[in-house]
Design a protein around this ligand. Structure first.
Ligand SMILES: Nc1ncnc2c1ncn2[C@@H]1O[C@H](COP(=O)(O)OP(=O)(O)OP(=O)(O)O)[C@@H](O)[C@H]1O
Ligand SMILES: CC(C)(CO)[C@@H](O)C(=O)NCCC(=O)O
Length: 307
């Protein structure tokens, strides 16, 4: 697969986004969004990523306007642009989404940016149990895929308000009666494990549309499996400290940290790592951009698909 490794210095030197569009020179904006060790390097790498997206969206907009016979000053059609972010459980999709939202909303075009996670479209725990899917959480069959496609169709059709269900990592379940409102953003960051899965064949023998049909630009976050496992265990142990025993038996019913860590390792091995190798990693070649992270979450490489 032809990939071009991004040269950040050359890209940032182009300054296609003026410095005022880079969330400021003060790198402390990074800190509330992620607990990274090198603020400057993190800001620089995500600014480079933001610039790739800016140039791509401007080029798409220019192409659309030319196609409509309109000049560069004209307004495009206002359809939300969907950026997909995928990769393993705990690889940092939500964190990257938040960093990008911060940067994108500082663009000179001041776009309104929303984030939606496919977690909200997981089947509620009771339904997973009824279908004996409780050990397949995160696998394609554990989501309401029709609801995901429906959501993206409505978004692309210009719906003014769409309500999306919410998943809680503390409850390990969909939060009953809770939704977030998506109100016709300029850019939607849509993050999840399964967004690049092929559509498959439906009962009547026809191809089902794929979720990715609605994704305009797809980012895959990649890292060493051993690093992702460590991040997953750290997050699990952190959540355990913050979870009351009434919330989540899987997390909270471990009096001893070593028991909790053993459970986290078992969930990683039997569910999340399996899902990564069977379903998620095979979609990497379908991404437009691969962001490769090192052991401390630093961005080591950004590669763009050229064909
Ligand atoms: N750039 C970063 N610097 C420091 N820590 C990070 C960074 N990115 C992610 N993390 C940490 O790694 C863990 C996983 O990150 P995050 O929750 O964003 O992953 P995710 O891919 O969205 O997970 P899931 O698929 O389970 O929702 C979290 O504990 C998060 O704080
Ligand atoms: C919610 C998912 C599936 C995806 O984000 C993941 O974070 C998760 O919870 N995986 C299942 C294993 C676990 O309970 O941690």
């Amino acid at each position: 697969m032809p990939w071009e490794v991004l040269d950040w210095d050359r890209l940032l030197a182009r300054q296609s986004i003026p410095p005022s569009g880079q969330a400021g020179n003060d790198r402390r904006w990074v800190h509330p969004l992620c607990d990274c060790t090198d603020l400057d390097e993190t800001a620089r790498s995500y600014c480079a990523l933001s610039q790739v997206l800016f140039e791509h969206i401007q080029a798409m907009k220019g192409m659309f306007l030319r196609h409509q016979g309109l000049g560069p000053g004209a307004e495009a059609d206002g359809t939300p642009f969907v950026i997909g972010i995928t990769g393993s459980v705990a690889v940092g999709k939500s964190t990257t989404a938040k960093l990008l939202r911060k940067l994108l909303s500082h663009w000179p075009t001041s776009p309104r940016v929303d984030i939606v996670a496919t977690d909200g479209f997981l089947l509620p725990r009771a339904q997973l149990e009824a279908k004996r899917l409780q050990h397949r959480k995160g696998f394609p069959e554990s989501y309401d895929t029709d609801a995901i496609r429906n959501f993206l169709s409505k978004l692309k059709a210009g719906a003014a308000v769409i309500e999306v269900p919410v998943y809680s990592h503390e409850l390990h379940d969909i939060v009953p009666g809770s939704t977030i409102r998506v109100e016709h953003p300029d850019i939607l960051i849509f993050e999840g494990l399964n967004i690049l899965q092929p559509g498959g064949i439906e009962g009547c023998g026809e191809y089902a549309p794929a979720i990715s049909d609605h994704i305009d630009y797809a980012i895959y976050i990649d890292a060493e499996v051993e690093d992702i496992r460590r991040w997953y265990i750290q997050r699990f142990m952190g959540l355990r400290r913050h979870t009351s025993s009434t919330c989540e038996p899987v997390v909270a019913n471990h009096a001893r940290p070593s028991d909790a860590e053993a459970t986290a390792n078992a969930i990683w091995r039997n569910i999340n790592e399996l899902n990564l190798s069977e379903n998620i990693l095979p979609t990497l070649p379908l991404a437009d951009l691969v962001l490769r992270k090192g052991a401390n979450h630093e961005v080591q490489q950004v590669a763009l698909r050229t064909a």
